[in-house]
Design a protein around this ligand. Structure first.
Ligand code: FES
Length: 105
């Protein structure tokens, strides 16, 4: 599946993601800026915060409670905020677009 990351300056980077990996892992593996992933995907740091593109919000779905709690530590949280380590890549997400924040927590 192809995932596109749009950074805070508007620059878009599209990469091929492995099914079963996460949107955070895919970003780190491809040196995508503005995603840190400090805790390695344990939903314990909020430095993998992304904004899911409006077109994809319904398909990606809502955060579960644990993620919701950790999102309190992210900066400038919006209704379409997610922690990218909690978004698992699958064929259903082919073409996914996420926006990365200027700063992580
Ligand atoms: Fe730490 Fe996502 S990588 S919460």
């Amino acid at each position: 599946p192809i995932i596109t990351y749009i950074d805070s300056t508007g620059a878009a980077r599209s990469v091929n993601a492995a099914s079963g990996s996460t949107v955070m892992e895919t970003a780190v593996r491809n040196a995508i800026p503005e995603i840190v992933g400090e805790c390695g995907g344990a939903c314990a740091c909020a430095t993998c915060h992304v904004y899911v593109d409006d077109m994809w919000v319904d398909i990606v779905g809502e955060p579960v409670d644990m993620e919701e709690d950790m999102l309190d530590f992210a900066l400038d949280v919006r209704p379409n905020s997610r922690l990218s380590c909690q978004i698992r890549v699958s064929d259903a997400l082919d073409g996914l677009v996420v926006h990365t924040p200027e700063r992580q927590a």
